[in-house]
Design a protein around this ligand. Structure first.
Ligand SMILES: Nc1ncnc2c1ncn2[C@@H]1O[C@H](COP(=O)(O)OP(=O)(O)OP(=O)(O)O)[C@@H](O)[C@H]1O
Length: 868
């Protein structure tokens, strides 16, 4: 590729100057009806967009790569570039090329980055598109999240672990930070997120605070509850700067910022969110809890639910409010049906009003906004008529925006297109001049039809047609066969293969009148439409408030609908430290079972006094993990306001949920090292509280049995004997040795997930029973899984050998004594009964045997074979 110095045409000079202002961005450069990319950008764009890459001379000896697409395809191509991780600068022509001589003025009108987008094709309807800004400081780490498409703006600060966890939960589309924090944050986030480093000065507190005060037009940040959070303020201010730098200067819809208060929400460690599959399944094709709970009807509802899921509440009263509303919906079938019907007709109010604020709304969207707003009044009435004070409170938040609805209804036509420049937007009777011009335009068209008729009569050319094109306006088209009938006063304009095109003086006069009128109509309609948009912008705050209230109703309605469908019950939440679940089920697994299977419910009881830690043993596949997860899921569902899959649940508020799964479960993620397992376990142990719920699933299995048992043992002891806290713990393990813990630790109780052995087979009962289990059945599972019989037999042999001498402290020596396996399969190895027969036969000494003894032996062999 040629270097910049080689680009000598004036156009390329202009291109280079603009390109230099947006380092790191792919520049879409508008030339005529095309967006062009050059050089490296062209190579990237052609690869991502699958468009042709060409080369062209640029006024010097060198050539430059070129790839472009028609301007009207921007909405198709832009999202693809952004999704491929590019920052895209859109450079437009800033003046009408027809009115300038020489080079048209151009400038970047928007820098679209993964985290800053209004484009419906980039955005997911059901998900927020957050931009995150992070600041690492000595005292604390700060973070801010903004979804420019909805106007939601959050800030938080705290420990680095907490902030990184929040980032993981919010899953932003892009993360920005100061260059000085680059090394650490890139190492942390670049694999999973788009990142961008900004100059240091952007992350200065004073600068950031000023930006926020200007944005909200307030004298202090007190009203937002963040005035004493310098790191959060710095992160948030940097976001506002970034919007400006990316040419997103219309930000009137960002009207406030909310503090994410660490104290208000349950602490979910990063494994919990992933392991419990709250919002995303761990494996492709899997199902997350969110999918089961999401029966929402509006995009706002869906997005809200996702936020609720990652931020379960700790405050009893707030949870109770949600439960009360779900309860009303649950029992009032008629109310839910009516509300459901109304919500179905509400579109994305939140994103539409953002588009209004930044002047990006099209006529059809404004019509949708009106239609959605028309549903607010009936909803308000429906819920305000209810006895529930909680529902009435939500009703108070709703604002019918009558003035705006009436205005749009009166002025905007019901059949508008998405384009604001194609006319047909404003109704008749709104603007006198518009009506008059429409009259002229309409009658002009009539006139043309009459003229066509007259000319046909005059010339006798029956196929004569008056048509229009942009190049020479209205014309008469005559086929070659009729050419000689053309009168002399017609002026020939164009010759086609089969026809000739003419204009006449009369046509020209009318054309001017009609086109003049249409142009004026377009201008007036556009102005009236803009007035409507401005009017709507005045309603930004109430519409945003409506959107949030509707989102909340939608989520709660969804909870009620899911509860009814899946037979959930209202949990009884209280201040105690008891978790008492009767016949609890796993909300996701129970949905996945086939009709012939049914989920086996289980009771779980945990408290801080008598039953703090359950050591749950049982064979592989018995359902230990399912039981652990369902317990945490039930607790979390309850604390986000949902009903729960159980017959009854009395739950003391939980403030932290920790999850650790033995290393090999995460093998596919390349995180299986024992070291990681231990580090994470350590971090749990260092952050305990009295209301914590801990799930430990086969901790220690990433190392040798002896190490594993010892570590697991020590962890249980630690959790039991902690001087300050008695965190409730479910500890699933294969190590039945841990059952001995109950001998010394009073609040540890043994349970097992029962199975029944029927002959060689085991039947999974999935029932949690009090008491430990004898052995781990792993070999049976291997057999079920289709492991070659030879291996199963050999494993059994080794197991028996090891178990026989378990309590002697000479494992190595014993292993050496283990009978060596041969690689050949003998007849006796194919079936365990044959092994027994072999043992009998080998002991026989036929030289000393009487015939009767031989018969008896034969009988012994036969009965060994009959044993199943
Ligand atoms: N209570 C239940 N009712 C019906 N099916 C269940 C139940 N619990 C678990 N299952 C089914 O059994 C499968 C295995 O359960 P789970 O993974 O919990 O076993 P596990 O004991 O943890 O096994 P491993 O030790 O191998 O991890 C689940 O995927 C689920 O399909």
């Amino acid at each position: 590729m040629a270097g910049p110095a080689a680009f000598e045409t004036p156009l390329m000079k202009q291109y280079n100057a603009i390109k230099a202002k947006y380092p790191g961005a792919l520049l879409l450069f508008r030339v005529g009806d095309f967006y062009e990319t050059f050089g490296e950008d062209a190579i990237k764009a052609s690869a991502v967009l699958d468009i042709t890459l060409t080369k062209r001379g640029n006024g010097s000896a060198s050539e430059i790569e070129l790839a472009g697409f028609p301007h009207h395809s921007l909405d198709n191509y832009l999202p693809k570039l952004v999704r491929a991780g590019h920052r895209v600068a859109i450079c437009d022509q800033l003046e009408d090329p027809r009115s300038v001589k020489g080079i048209v003025k151009r400038g970047v009108t928007e820098l679209v980055t993964p985290g800053v987008s209004y484009n419906d094709n980039v955005l997911e309807r059901k998900q927020n598109n957050f931009l995150a800004s992070v600041v690492l400081q000595k005292n604390a780490t700060g973070v801010s999240f903004l979804d420019i498409s909805t106007g939601e703006f959050f800030a938080a600060q705290g420990s680095e672990t907490y902030i990184f966890k929040l980032i993981q939960s919010f899953a932003p589309a892009e993360i920005i930070f100061a260059k000085s924090n680059r090394e650490k944050l890139e190492a942390q986030f670049t694999d999973a997120y788009s990142t961008f480093a900004l100059d240091e000065w952007v992350y200065a507190f004073d600068f950031a605070q000023e930006k926020l005060l200007n944005q909200f037009k307030t004298a202090s940040l007190k009203g937002f509850g963040i005035e004493n959070m310098p790191e959060a303020i710095t992160a948030a201010g940097a976001i506002l700067h970034y919007l400006e730098a990316t040419e997103h200067k219309d930000t009137q819809h960002i009207t406030s910022i909310s503090r994410i208060d660490e104290e208000k929400y349950v602490w979910l460690d990063k494994f919990t969110i992933r392991n419990l599959e709250l919002v995303n399944p761990q494996q492709e094709g899997g199902v997350a809890l969110l999918q089961v709970l999401d029966h929402t009807l509006t995009p706002m509802g869906s997005r809200q639910l996702r936020k609720w899921m990652i931020l379960p509440l700790k405050e009893l009263s707030s949870i109770a409010e949600r439960h009360a509303i779900v309860d009303t919906f649950f029992s009032e079938q008629e109310l839910t049906e009516k509300l459901t019907e109304e919500l179905r007709n509400i579109t994305d109010l939140e994103r539409l009003i953002s588009k209004v604020a930044v002047g990006r709304i099209n006529p059809r969207e404004l019509l949708q906004l009106k239609k959605s707003l028309q549903r607010i009044a009936p909803i308000k009435k429906l819920i305000s008529d209810q006895a529930s004070p909680q529902l009435q409170k939500v009703g108070d938040l709703l604002h019918a925006c009558e003035f705006l609805v009436e205005k749009i209804d009166k002025e905007l036509r019901d059949d508008v297109s998405i384009h604001s420049n194609q006319g047909g937007i404003i109704k008749d009777g709104i603007n006198a001049e518009l009506d008059e011009l429409r009259g002229i335009s309409g009658s002009g068209k009539d006139y043309l039809l009459q003229a066509q008729k007259r000319e046909i009569e005059r010339t006798g050319i029956n196929s004569l047609k008056i048509s229009y094109n942009k190049v020479f306006g209205y014309y008469l088209e005559v086929s070659n066969a009729n050419k000689d009938k053309v009168p002399t006063d017609w002026i020939r304009k164009q010759t086609l293969v089969n026809a000739e095109r003419y204009i006449t003086e009369e046509l020209k006069v009318y054309e001017e009148k009609i086109l003049g009128a249409e142009e004026k109509i377009g201008a007036i309609e556009q102005k009236l439409f803009l007035d409507l948009v401005l009017q709507a912008a005045d309603f930004t705050a109430p519409i945003q408030q409506n959107a949030r209230a509707i989102a909340m109703l939608d989520c709660l309605l969804s909870f009620a609908s899911v509860a009814r469908q899946n037979k959930y019950v209202k949990p009884d939440l209280n201040d105690s430290k008891v978790i008492d679940i009767k016949s609890g089920r796993h909300p996701v697994i129970e949905k996945q079972l086939s009709i012939s299977e049914s989920y086996v419910p289980n009771d779980i009881y945990l408290d801080n006094e008598t039953q703090q830690i359950l050591v749950i043993t049982g064979p592989n596949m018995a359902g230990k993990s399912a039981l652990l997860r369902q317990t945490a899921l039930i607790v979390l569902m309850a604390q986000i306001g949902s009903f729960v899959p159980a017959d009854a649940a009395t739950l003391g508020i939980v403030d932290k949920v920790f999850t650790r799964v033995g290393a090999s479960d995460n093998l596919s993620k390349g995180e299986s090292t024992f070291m990681v397992e231990m580090t994470e376990t350590a971090s749990i142990l260092n952050n305990l509280s009295d209301r914590s719920l801990i799930l430990m699933d086969e901790i220690g299995r990433g190392t040798s049995t002896y190490d594993g048992v010892s570590i697991a043992w020590a962890i249980v002891e630690y959790l039991h004997n902690h001087k300050d806290f008695k965190p409730k713990t479910l500890f699933a393990t294969h190590y039945h040795e841990l059952n001995q813990l109950t001998e010394d630790l009073v609040r540890v109780k043994n349970f097992n997930v029962s199975v029944r052995e029927v002959g060689d087979k085991i039947i999974f009962m999935r029932k949690l029973k009090s008491g430990g289990s004898e052995h781990s059945f792993g070999i049976h599972v291997a057999q079920i899984a289709g492991m070659p019989n030879k291996i199963v037999l050999r494993a059994n042999e080794i197991l028996h050998f090891l178990e026989k001498d378990k309590h002697k402290n000479e494992p190595r020596k014993k292993l050496e004594e283990l009978p060596k396996s041969t690689n050949q399969i003998s007849l006796f190895e194919l079936d365990p009964r044959h092994k027994a027969v072999e043992e009998i036969l080998q002991k026989i000494d036929i030289n000393t045997m009487s015939p009767v003894e031989a018969l008896l032996k034969l009988n012994e062999v036969l009965s060994a074979l009959k044993k199943s």
